[in-house]
Design a protein. Sequence first.
Length: 170
Amino acid sequence: MSILKPTARAERITDISIRDLNKLSVRVILLDVDNTVVSYKDKAPIEGCLEWINEAIEAGFELFIVSNNQSRERVRLIAEKFSLPFEYLALKPLPKGFIRAFKRTKCYREECIVIGDQIFTDILGANLAGMKSVLLTPIEEETGFSFKVRRKLEKGLRKKYAEKVPDISE
């Protein structure tokens, strides 16, 4: 298996089937922030995200925010909107942030799933940490140079995975 290959894919977090997450034998959901639960420039959750998170909690999942964002304040404000614990400055794709989050649970790595929009941070980091992953389509295009380079590199992989990775949408 490629270390860049996600376990599953979906357009948006709100499209992910909670029932199908149960089928993957996961108990912990680790969420990216930017372009996953909020747009890159915004602090407000995308439409339906709060309801999806509440549904996941009601279904028995533990959820954490794991973000590379350097601003503790930004990540804290977003995590508070969902009443979720968080890790910021996670240094993804290094597994350190994911491991810090999962160690706060009573689960195994194999019972964790990372949901995010970037192959070279979220998906690679999940695979390096021994966790499952869901690759989302970014909510909006980022403006920074490094994002543009990564998105260009991801383009071919996304096309390949669209054919080979199961869609976990409802």
